[in-house]
Design a protein around this ligand. Structure first.
Ligand code: 4NP
Length: 161
């Protein structure tokens, strides 16, 4: 059985590519058979489409053993709602933007596919993955901490499918 997940943030150069790389690596370490996972990421804006991830995300990931070097930014499109089982928002504004795109498809039930990533997290300090773009390097390390924790939670949930 195939199961597909799209991680979504604003620019698809910091948080969602980090989530794609971390989740992909952590899921590889798990026995999820017979599920065959398809993992991707996208942004709600097109501003960075075609670009590699932010160099600060690439190096923060590399320090922790995650490879973002082959991820190229793209914008969310309406058919992502048909093609993916889950669309995972990094923060509440990504969630709202995705809900608007789901409405535009004319199939409002697709909103049920949208989840907030930190709803799978065990920590309670954060409910959203903070945007690190305008901050210092510790923000990029924090993104990895939060994404690792939520990825483990999502993997636990997927194991019960
Ligand atoms: P991301 O971070 O949504 O985690 O990829 C951002 C990337 C770019 C911008 C904002 C946030 N920007 O304003 O260009």
């Amino acid at each position: 059985m195939n199961y597909s997940i799209l991680f979504v943030c604003l620019g698809n150069i910091c948080r969602s590519p980090t989530a794609e790389a971390v989740f992909t690596r952590l899921a590889q370490d798990e026995e999820l058979s017979p599920l065959k996972l398809q993992i991707d990421s996208a942004g709600t804006i097109a501003h960075h489409a075609g670009e590699h991830s932010d160099h600060r995300s690439i190096s923060a990931g590399k320090k922790r053993g995650y490879d973002l070097s082959n991820i190229i930014s793209r914008q969310v499109i309406e058919c992502d709602f048909e093609n993916f089982d889950l669309l995972i928002a990094m923060d509440n504004s990504n969630f709202t933007n995705l809900s608007e795109i789901a409405h535009q498809t004319g199939q409002s039930h697709l909103i049920q596919k949208i989840k907030l990533f930190l709803d799978y997290s065990t920590q309670t300090e954060y409910t959203e993955v903070p945007d690190p773009y305008y901050g210092g390097s510790n923000g990029f390390d924090r993104v990895i901490d939060l994404v690792e924790d939520a990825s483990q939670g999502l993997i636990r949930q997927i194991k019960n499918i």
